[in-house]
Design a protein around this ligand. Structure first.
Ligand code: GLN
Ligand code: ZN
Length: 753
């Protein structure tokens, strides 16, 4: 019989119970036993839920903060500043995650192309490791007491060294780590685990031959210790990698067939003889749409025919930690749309249905009937299909991506219109989101504050922001974005095609969760979204106020996106909707419009071969958004990172008049990338880090500006912070901006180099 497996479960609890327990613990309101009890109760509930849904293989993948951190601790890879090898306990764990007295935390970075962030292990060449398996042993013991068998989940040694920092020779560390992993596995087997899941997502990326050899050897060594289910996910591993893993002696090989359907064929060919199981990741762990079960069955049937049903596992593509718990309880989503959704609970039901369909082929039609009806209804629904939007998107031609004049020509007319000083100063958009603002938003949502009052309150905030900027002497002003909680939600809520859940939280990092909008249908913009705010702000000042929009790629990237058409197509629809808004801002008189693309880079596909295609359509969508704007309208864009290696030519192709980027932490080094490629537009490299409460001195900012001038030239340089100021307090923002304006003024009068 084919069995069912889930690679990982949501960790936070259906109502973010773990988040609240963690934050209470950190605030000193509860002690460790209470935190551990909450975590244990959540595990028990998740395991029971999976078992009663009919899942055969249930993961022991609990984590109080991050699963990469858990492995680092289990390998005793504890940096000296947290006590070094042998240190342990909850407070060491949290110090590594969040910083401790005098010790900065481990760096955090994005987990592949998800919106989850992991902690980057800090290793050194020659480092010694030691096996500390208690993290999983405790879970195995707990599960046994509950009468549930669980499969411990560990990030594997190859991915661990590849994701870590500090190693000049990661493969040497891999050799040193493998015996320690073997000890961990032996301990888990002793504790009663009948198999262990070893995740090697990095093997689905681009791997060099010697890396593949080393990783395969490590896998083979571990497979000799305990039954291993070796997984890759998020991308399609090379056929050669699949073959080598299939021959490594593992008990089971798991493939993500949602992201990499082409891996099935080489896997089945390599697995034809022998006893290795194949685990088919046919149901998407990264997205929220109810599956087309007929489509999911095709690879399962092929695998059953090739290796027999007792060697087939039907699985989620990856962990379910990237989706919320349960769609059925959502009340704000229109019932018709809700019916198209599958969160973790519904995914498990789908797995069970698939297993039944494999076991009893005769009963298939009856089993699959609800899925078929759902898919057909979704395809035909007027809610998802807007002929006007489709026709407009289909009519977009090549020339529709181009602004009417060259950048040089635009620069001349914009300068004549705006009359800005050299080194113009501006900010990225948001001003401090104070407790007062958050409270007002909460009160509005709870019905305690009526909309007219809320609006009046926000207008006061905008007036405050405009007055502050005038007082500080900034050149291009913003309205401060007090009306926006989350920038993608703000726009999504005003566009057709988006739905919003009440409980659809997913972990972003630690206790932080995000609730992505659900983009289910054709996207339109029925009415202006930002024009009134802009108009009000502009009415208060003679200086130009920037219109402030979120770009199409960022809206796409931070939403759960419909899976029934290519992402590029959906992005184009969003671009046209945002274009409508940009045009309305221009018509209202905005001379400067900023379109933020904070997430352009994070949408980059994991495999190099797919990156160019993505960058082409992503940049096209940005261009489409701003193309019809008149030459005298200045287009800004903002990207909050400083990693432009390899994508610079695409950034130049955005054809924005001004690009602002994060630059202060790299001390302007990022500008070298701008010098390498012909990037004719103006650049605003951030001159101070808005992530930190530290207020930089005027001299510090001036020194950075001088470096920037040397790289970009004074004539094309703007002066701004790294990103928006929403997380800062007013005092910090005011002081830092005053320093920034003063530094710019001093540079203006400094002798030209
Ligand atoms: N305009 C937005 C802000 O200032 C940009 C945010 C971002 O880049 N993430 O907050
Ligand atoms: Zn930013």
């Amino acid at each position: 019989m084919a069995r069912t497996a889930v690679l990982g479960l949501p960790r936070m609890g259906p109502d973010r119970e773990l988040k609240f327990a963690l934050e209470s613990y950190w605030a000193g309101r509860i002690a460790e036993p209470e935190l551990q009890e909450t975590a244990a109760a959540l595990r028990a509930a998740s395991w029971r839920r999976a078992a009663s849904a009919g899942i055969d293989v249930i993961p022991a993948d609990h984590s109080l903060y991050d699963h990469v951190l858990d492995v680092a601790m289990a390998l005793d890879a504890i940096p000296e500043r947290f006590g070094g090898p042998g240190a342990g306990g909850l407070d060491v764990r949290f110090a590594m995650a969040r910083g401790g007295p005098g010790a900065r935390p481990l760096e955090m970075t994005k987990w592949f192309d998800t919106n989850y962030h992991y902690l980057v292990p800090e290793l050194a060449d020659g480092q010694r490791f030691r096996a500390r398996p208690d993290h999983w042993v405790a879970q195995i013991d707990q599960a046994r007491a509950l009468g549930v068998a669980v499969r411990p989940v560990l990030l594997g040694p190859y991915s661990f060294v590849r994701l870590a920092k500090g190693l000049r020779r990661p493969l040497d560390a891999l050799a040193a780590l493998t015996p320690v992993y073997a000890e961990l596995l032996a301990a888990l087997a002793d504790a009663g685990a009948s198999e262990v899941q070893i995740d090697e997502p990095c093997l689905a990326l681009d791997v060099a031959d010697e890396e593949r050899d080393a990783a395969a050897a490590a896998v083979a060594a571990l497979a000799g210790v305990a039954p291993v289910c070796l997984t890759t996910y998020f991308a399609q591993p090379d056929a050669e990698t699949v073959r080598r893993l299939a021959e490594a002696g593992v008990a089971e090989l798991h493939l993500d067939l949602v992201r990499g359907p082409g891996a099935l064929e080489p896997a089945l060919a390599a697995l034809a003889d022998g006893g290795t199981r194949v685990s088919l990741g046919v149901l998407d762990g990264r997205n929220v749409w109810a599956a087309d079960l007929d489509r999911a069955l095709a690879p399962i049937d092929a695998a059953v025919a090739a290796v027999g049903d007792d060697r087939v596992t039907i699985a989620t593509s990856c962990s379910l930690m990237h989706v919320p718990w349960e769609a059925a309880r959502e009340r704000a989503i229109p019932p018709e749309v809700r019916d198209w959704l599958a969160f973790a609970a519904e995914r498990m039901d789908e797995l069970a249905t698939l297993a039944r369909a494999v076991a009893a082929p005769d009963g298939r039609d009856a089993l699959l009937e609800p899925s078929r009806a759902r898919c057909a209804a979704r395809r035909a629904s007027p809610r998802a299909n807007d002929p006007g939007v489709r026709a407009r998107a289909a009519a977009v031609g090549v020339a529709d991506h181009d602004r009417p004049a060259t950048l040089e020509r635009r620069r001349a007319v914009q300068r004549a219109r705006l009359r800005l000083p050299e080194l113009p100063t501006t900010t990225i958009g948001s001003f401090p989101q104070t407790d007062e603002i958050r409270a007002a938003r909460r009160d509005l949502r709870a019905g305690r504050l009526d909309p007219a009052r809320y609006e009046a309150f926000l207008r006061e905030r905008v007036a405050e922001v405009v007055a502050a900027q005038e007082e500080l002497g900034l050149d291009v002003l913003v309205h401060g974005e007090p009306e926006r909680g989350d920038m993608v939600e703000y726009f999504g809520a005003q566009m057709g095609g988006f739905a919003f859940s009440d409980h659809g939280w997913v972990q972003s990092y630690g206790s932080r969760c995000v609730k992505p909008p659900i983009l289910y249908g054709d996207v339109s913009r029925p009415a202006p979204m930002t024009v009134d705010w802009w108009r009000f702000a502009q009415s208060l000042t003679a200086r130009p106020v920037k219109g402030m929009l979120t770009g199409p790629v960022t809206i796409l990237q931070w939403s759960f996106v419909r899976d029934d058409q290519p992402r590029a197509e959906t992005c184009r629809q969003i671009a046209l909707a945002v274009q409508d808004e940009a045009r309305d801002l221009e018509a209202a008189g905005a001379a400067v419009i900023q379109v933020d693309e904070a997430a352009l880079r994070e949408g980059l596909p994991l495999r190099a071969a797919e990156q160019d295609d993505y960058l082409r359509w992503a940049v096209d969508c940005f261009r489409l958004t701003t193309a019809p704007l008149r030459p005298e309208t200045q287009v800004h864009t903002h990207m909050c990172y400083s990693e432009f290696n390899g994508i610079m030519e695409h950034v130049a192709r955005l054809d924005a008049d001004v690009v602002s980027i994060e630059a202060s932490r790299s001390a302007m080094e990022v500008l070298d990338a701008f010098a390498e490629v012909d990037h004719p537009g103006d650049v605003g490299p951030g001159v101070y880090d808005i992530h930190s409460p530290r207020v930089p001195s005027r001299d510090e900012i001036e020194a950075l500006l001088e470096r920037a001038e040397a790289r970009i030239g004074r004539d094309r340089l703007w002066v701004n912070p790294d990103c928006g100021l929403k997380t800062r307090r007013w005092e910090e923002a005011r002081e830092a901006l005053a320093g920034m304006v003063a530094a710019a003024a001093r540079r203006r009068t400094a002798a030209r180099a």
